[in-house]
Design a protein around this ligand. Sequence first.
Ligand code: UDX
Length: 437
Amino acid sequence: MKISVIGTGYVGLVTGTCLAETGNEVICVDIDESKVEKMRNGIVPIYEPHLDVLFERNIKANRLKFTTSLDEGLAHGDIIFLALPTPEDEDGSADLSYVLNVSEEIGKKIKEYKVIVDKSTVPVGTAEKVHKVIAKNASCEFDVVSNPEFLREGFAVDDFLKPERIVVGSSSERATALMKKLYNPFVRSGNPIIVMDEKSAELTKYAANSFLATKITFMNEIANYCEKVGADVDMVRAGMGTDSRIGKRFLFPGIGYGGSCFPKDVKALQKAGKDENYDFKILSSVIEINSSQKTILLPKIENYFKNDLKGKTIAIWGLAFKPETDDIREAPSIDMMDALLDKGAKLKVFDPEAIPNIEKRFGDKLNYCESMYAALDNADALLICTEWSIFRTPDYGRLKQLLKNPVVFDGRNLYNVNDMETEGFTYVSVGRKTVNL
Ligand code: UDX
């Protein structure tokens, strides 16, 4: 099939590349000339495991092309994916101007039947708006479909190629048939393509992300309470997660969720509720709790240093909002670093991928280190903000030798508490007992 993808951000690139992988002819459109030039030369503009291999293969096979010309993109695809940014407005709602501006152009330019697919996460009612904007000028038939993505950064290729489900919001049989044809190769294992109305599809995305954010936040509260009563959140998690109604995943407590999706989507759904006079009380709590969770370790660090962080050097492992990405959007590390700098601490930081992005945000306020051990040299304590695999089995001897004090504040519960106790570390984590304090 002929596919166009408008917008080569994270979602657009993964969508375009993976659709080319099943033999479709894909053209990706972006207004950024230098980015398009780079992509034509096989350079993937984002860090996403495994994307580079597919990217190169499909460019070579001539199935994946890039252009700055919207006209070319609109003429090419039978299905046109809109993968445009929907940034958060000041009031928390999603800004639809990119989506609606391109829709206006689509209306003016398409000359034969096309399916326009909303791939961006958009508020309920957007497909209807897009339809209206296109219909103003359209001289041919078209359909608008909502097809939210559920990709996780770091696993996006796998998530796209082997989705647990595909959600298609469509009220046109013709468009539904095309979408099914497009996605069938990805659900051969029997996973469903769930067809519903456009509004339900739009809400599904917000509901799924808000539910997951709530699940994490609930566990964070349980963890905080565990500390008050001397329970161990790892045990509670194991006891709860084995109930198949609850499930094991997304029950890991820590210093809060971040990223480009959860924070934005939870706020957007809360705001959308308000617009309809519906108060999503649970989401307001989730937002508030997550915000304080990000710095939950701060008072513990202050306490350890007797409320005097001036001139103390803290090593930080992990800056990205989660492992396997260089994305630092809404990362808890940022809140922690802002707070620690504010208290006069010096920071030596290491992350396998996110340093360039952090450097843009913090400039020369931080000491950027080449390796996890370099960050420890002469530091007064270690703080862990992201659970990269490389941090999971450190050389404890080296840690003790390099750190001025054997103290670890672990925002992601990477280590076994008893092991850390035996090794002689002062070890502070989330929802578990503190040892050797
Ligand atoms: C998420 C959704 O999973 C995905 O379906 C959607 O399309 C986009 O948003 P992503 O933001 O890439 O994906 O990351 P995810 O792996 O879901 O993690 C989100 C945040 O939750 C991270 O900050 C992570 O550290 C945190 N998290 C996750 C926890 O704190 N505990 C958990 O148990 C799981």
